[in-house]
Design a protein around this ligand. Structure first.
Ligand SMILES: Cc1ncc(COP(=O)(O)O)c(C=O)c1O
Length: 408
């Protein structure tokens, strides 16, 4: 094991008597000891309900939670930490925007534009908003293999478009959407842009201010943090005019029998007891990544991508989705098909060798319909993966058709 792998206790476990080769990082990554320890330390030493007490322990819990906010805000280039709202995950953050912004600031005849490559989390909430307010839901289709053309951007983001919400990286294809061009066009027509960073945040620096987007969301668990903590960043002026998404304790300024005034951001959007231990774990995950550094993270993951693509291209009957897109334009994930074999069978055969991969529709059914496939197998990388992991995957993959009774 190398020095990065050593930090991940789960990678020392075995499945079916075989060492674990974990290649399902786009679904969720594993956690390093530093993150596990940060969560453990919070519960052992600082646990109390944040923002709800004046005694020493409650102050410590509040400070830990608010310090975590500053770390996470800084990680995505946000100077004003109050603009960073903790959520359970990217899905909750997207729903917050849809319910609070979408339902209140979009109206009949407006257009919402998303891409066909969206995860259901960034699609179903917009279907709901479009249905309730009478807006249209327009799709940016992949017009050139796995890319979105300039013409498509011009045709689908128009004067009627009021909100554009796209993934930074597709969780199925592992390719980056042309965010810069989308933001430019959206702002030209006066639309706001929501960026779903769930699949980009573990792989390269995300600076929301440089990207020029209006909202950004992500989940902690795909970037080595605990399950159940994520974040929403939004421009202060937008967050301030939006009504609360959830209401109750912690998000109020004052409550009378018939009326309530709300707390300022971020509390206005953080109703109820927050997952302070999760936030502390997320800040520890940020520090874990910062200690390795982006230069090393991107180099390791790019080498894995190039190595895996090269190996897979040499295996007969294996088709890679978005095939001609080069390694340097792909991040994190590769979806593929093995001729005649259902992706679930591929995943089960690999599982017997200890290789964990995802199979199915990846919560992106409209994309798979658009690509004319019903399911795919997917490998996805994290910074702890190695060429040995890819070799184990390739060896297992070579056996798949034989196990299913087909020739080479
Ligand atoms: C691009 C993208 N967006 C959103 C999500 C939703 O993340 P979560 O289930 O953590 O809310 C995912 C999860 O895989 C994703 O890949």
């Amino acid at each position: 094991m190398n020095r990065i792998q050593e930090q991940f206790p789960l990678l020392k476990e075995k499945v079916h008597g075989k060492p674990i080769v974990y290649l399902d990082n786009a679904a969720t990554a594993q956690r390093p000891v530093s993150v596990l320890k940060a969560v453990d330390d919070f519960y052992r030493h600082d646990n109390a309900n944040p923002h709800r007490g004046v005694y020493e322990l409650a102050v410590r819990a509040t400070d830990a939670f608010e310090d975590a906010r500053k770390v996470v805000a800084g990680f995505i280039g946000v100077k004003d930490a109050a603009e960073l709202i903790f959520t359970r995950n990217a899905t909750e953050a997207l729903n917050l925007i849809a319910y609070s912004y979408g339902l209140n600031f979009l109206s009949e005849g407006d257009g919402i534009t998303i891409s066909i490559a969206e995860h259901h989390s960034n699609l179903v909430p917009w279907q709901h908003v479009a249905g309730v307010v009478g807006a249209s839901l327009d799709y940016l289709y992949l017009t050139d293999g796995a890319r979105i053309s300039d013409e498509e951007i011009a045709a689908k983001i128009t004067e009627k478009t009021k909100l554009v919400s796209v993934a930074h990286i597709s969780n199925v294809l592992g390719v980056q959407l042309p965010v810069e061009k989308i933001v430019k066009r959206a702002h030209e027509v006066g639309a706001i842009v929501v960026l779903d960073c769930a699949q980009s945040i573990p792989h390269f620096p995300v600076d929301v201010e440089k990207l020029g987007v209006d909202f950004a969301v992500f989940s902690g668990h795909k970037m080595y943090a605990p399950l159940g903590i994520g974040a929403l960043w939004g421009r202060r002026d937008l967050l301030e005019k939006m009504p609360p998404f959830l209401s109750g304790g912690d998000m109020i300024d004052s409550v009378e029998e018939q009326v309530t005034t709300y707390a300022p951001i971020p509390q206005k959007f953080e109703a109820g007891t927050q997952d302070a231990a999760g936030a502390v774990g997320l800040a520890a995950a940020v520090k874990f990544m910062q200690e390795i550094g982006w230069e090393k993270i991107t180099r390791i993951e790019h080498e894995l991508m190039a190595y895996a693509l090269e190996g897979m291209r040499q295996i007969p009957h294996v088709t890679i989705l978005g095939g001609d897109i080069p390694a340097n334009e792909r991040y994190g994930a590769i979806s593929f098909l093995v001729e005649d074999v259902h992706p679930h069978d591929v995943a089960s055969i690999l599982d017997a060798d200890g290789v964990c991969i995802r199979a199915g529709h990846h919560c992106a059914q409209p994309l798979l319909h658009h690509l004319d496939v019903y399911a795919t197998s997917r490998i996805s990388f994290a910074v702890y993966n190695t060429k040995e992991d890819i070799d184990a995957f390739l060896e297992s993959l070579k056996k798949v058709r034989g196990v299913m009774g087909y020739g080479a």
